[in-house]
Design a protein around this ligand. Structure first.
Ligand code: SF4
Length: 694
């Protein structure tokens, strides 16, 4: 196995890292081109300045025109994570109680030997399915997930993980209706005459969309924002529909009903390009403006205004975000929204159609995974608490966490913590910093950040793909994912001689396995472009990737998997005891929970003045937010920027940031979305009361 810093002679010169620098006091400053692979739609190109082997500044570059030289404040301060006090610098074995976060430093060899010993013991006693690998998009590039880790788990026969905490319902809808057809890119927004931003807040995630929306507005486009909160863009919009969480599906169905009922549906287009049109029309039929408005808590006239604007405008563009999926109706909502441009006849022009995830647009299949997926037990990641406490066939005896922080981010926090405290559970956490989850580890392993390893940053907002280069040596004893999973594979005898077992070999294999136009561009140090162009027009340059090439407006499998059928509205779960809908939108401070260790987290509960008044609460009061699952103590922010009946606490908060060590996920049930098995974060229903002063 080779590791970073070894011979790189056989690497294309364009991808070689800037190694071998002379370290000197006040040495020269070099600027390294790289890219951001974190879980954000934008995948920015970066220019990182380095002096004496240390990161000085992180900034945007103009290599990617969408980045255009600027990046978010989050990644500008990423060096604070790299060099911060929470960084895990060496492997460690727990000393003290689980949750204390105290570890005895050990060598990599000792840590790896212990993990292998525990894996073999679990497999012998309980079977390999008693091992649960647990990961998500903390390092969201092509190399740091689903590579040698997948080879390890598949060949060893562990339980599989359904990675559903985000984008599962929208992904299922997009796949079912369109086969994940490439979506409208940022650069084409200025061509739109109407833009609907639905369940998305680019100020918090995906800031590079904002200049294009502003440009469209300056050219006269109408902007509609659908969001329970009055976000910055909502305040700049022509129409803001502040819908109740979980009701987006009926709003979209009311728009469909209007189009069908008034002869505004594009029947010629539907006849040629769509199936199951009648099923959608019939299910939209009951949703008059009056009924949908009552359910969604909006003004019927305003709803009709949006419908008219959509029918009359071209190009018209719907940006379907992820905020609308996080509830019991989330998959149906996404499907109904994605169906709008088909029914309204909005495809075929630049700036018209829909925009959502472009993650599948490159058509990359990970040919570098060394094994087919086995038929082992599939565990929904949103059921981690249940899995740790209730599964018996076999029980989860070993948990291996990487690229994520479930103690902070996954529903039903109380039961997850209870599970992590089990004496008979062996937990490995392979992480960059001491997260809430790492505190409960039996073995911790230090991971590199994207400034220390290779990766590929693949945009899912736009359609870009860039090489991520290490700009500094791994800090402390941190190692890249591929090296660690490659070594575990080797120790367990799972690799063939000709297979990559470390980062550099894997890097070369992945480059070979990418589509030829990507491989060629990377070798020639160009930014690759997809074969259909970087700005495809839907139904001109790209078409549905469904089996028959048509839009399926009510896919049979989705319809069957939704308990009440696709497009069914399941009522609000609120009760008299817990009447307030708690939402947990993306924050401007963290990327999911990444960077949550840094000071300045936005920990206040946002509440409308009317809701505060009836509870006798005032701005900056200490409050209890509670339901039957848990209780969160925090400070109240009373603002009219959220609809009455809904309260908001940022996503990605760490337990240590909160007054009582519980975050919003402690209040979230582990129920699943109607399709896709997604998390129902926005189905948390709570009560809020004053926190007695200590
Ligand atoms: S998090 Fe998003 S906006 Fe920030 S640098 Fe990364 S890709 Fe760009």
């Amino acid at each position: 196995m080779r590791t970073l810093g070894d011979n790189t002679d056989d690497m294309p010169s364009s991808v070689k890292p800037p190694r071998g620098r002379d370290v000197q006091i006040n040495g020269p400053i070099s600027v390294v081109d790289t890219a951001c692979p974190l879980d954000c739609p934008d995948a920015c190109s970066l220019a990182v300045s380095v002096q004496n082997g240390k990161v000085l500044t992180i900034d945007g570059s103009k290599r990617n025109p969408v980045t255009d030289g600027f990046i978010c404040a989050k990644v500008r301060k990423f060096d604070q994570r790299v060099y911060g006090p929470d960084r895990i610098l060496s492997p460690g074995i727990r000393k003290g109680r689980k949750g204390d976060g105290r570890f005895e430093t050990v060598t990599w060899d000792a840590a790896m030997a212990r993990i292998v010993e525990k894996m073999e013991a679990a497999k012998t006693k309980w079977g390999a399915e008693s091992i649960l690998p647990y990961s998500y998009g903390g390092s969201n590039g092509l190399l740091t997930q689903n590579t040698l880790d997948a080879t390890l788990w598949r060949r060893y026969g562990t339980s599989r993980l359904a990675r559903t905490v985000c984008a599962a319902p929208t992904g299922a809808a997009n796949m079912g209706l369109y086969g994940k057809m490439p979506a409208v890119v940022y650069e084409d927004y200025p061509d739109a005459k109407l833009i609907i931003l639905w369940g998305v807040n680019p100020n918090a995630s995906g800031i590079h969309l904002i200049p294009y929306v502003r440009e469209a507005q300056s050219r006269g486009a109408t902007l509609v924002v659908i969001d329970p909160r009055s976000t910055q863009l909502a305040r700049a919009a022509d129409v803001h529909l502040a819908v109740k969480p979980g009701t987006d599906v009926v709003v979209a169905l009311a728009l469909h009903r209007y189009l069908f009922a008034n002869g505004l549906a594009d029947t010629a287009f539907l006849d040629e390009h769509a199936t199951h049109v009648d099923a959608l029309r019939e299910r939209a039929e009951p949703w008059t403006f009056a009924r949908a408005a009552e359910v969604a808590g909006v003004d019927a006239a305003q709803l009709e205004q949006v419908a008219r604007l959509y029918a009359e405008s071209s190009p018209a563009l719907v940006r379907c975000g992820w905020g609308l999926e996080r509830n019991r109706n989330g998959g149906s909502a996404a499907a109904a929204i994605l169906a709008l441009p088909a029914v309204g006849g909005k495809f075929g022009v630049r700036g018209g159609g829909y925009s959502m995830s472009n993650s599948a647009s490159w058509g990359i299949t990970p040919s570098w995974i060394g094994a087919d997926e086995p038929e082992t037990r599939l565990v929904n990641m949103n059921h981690l608490g249940r899995a740790l406490l209730e599964y018996t066939d076999p029980p989860v005896q070993m948990l291996f966490v990487y690229n994520c922080n479930p103690a902070a981010t996954v529903p039903d926090q109380r039961r997850i913590i209870e599970g992590l405290q089990r004496d008979d559970l062996f937990t490995v956490v392979f992480e960059q910093v001491m997260t809430d989850t790492a505190m409960y580890a039996d073995v911790i392993l230090p991971a590199t950040t994207f400034l220390e390893n290779y990766d590929f940053a693949k945009s899912y907002g736009n359609i870009s793909l860039e090489l991520v280069r290490p700009v500094i040596e791994p800090y402390g004893e941190a190692r890249p994912n591929a090296d660690v999973f490659g070594e575990l594979c080797t120790r367990l005898g799972l690799l063939h001689d000709d297979e990559p077992a470390g980062e550099l070999d894997l890097m070369l294999k992945v480059i070979e396995g990418l589509p030829p136009q990507v491989t060629d561009a990377i070798r020639e140090d160009r930014v690759p472009a997809p074969p259909f162009g970087t700005r495809p027009i839907q139904f001109v340059d790209v078409f549905p990737n469904t089996p028959d090439g048509k839009i399926d407006l009510c896919p049979v499998d989705l319809d069957a998997s939704a308990a009440a059928g696709l497009y069914a509205y399941q009522p609000d779960p609120g009760t008299e005891q817990y009447p307030l809908a708690l939402i947990s939108p993306a924050s401007e401070k963290t990327i999911s929970s990444t960077l949550g260790e840094l000071p300045g987290a936005d920990t206040k509960l946002l509440m409308h003045p009317d809701d505060a008044a009836v509870r006798g609460l005032e701005d900056n009061d200490g409050v209890r937010v509670f339901n039957a699952l848990g209780e969160v103590h925090c400070t109240l922010s009373v603002q009219p920027t959220i609809r009455p009946g809904t309260v908001s606490l940022a996503k990605g908060l760490w337990r240590r940031s909160m007054r009582n060590g519980q975050t919003g996920t402690a209040l979230v049930p582990d129920t699943l979305t109607d399709i896709g098995g997604g998390a129902c974060f926005n189905d948390a229903r709570v009560q809020v009361a004053s926190l007695p002063s200590a």
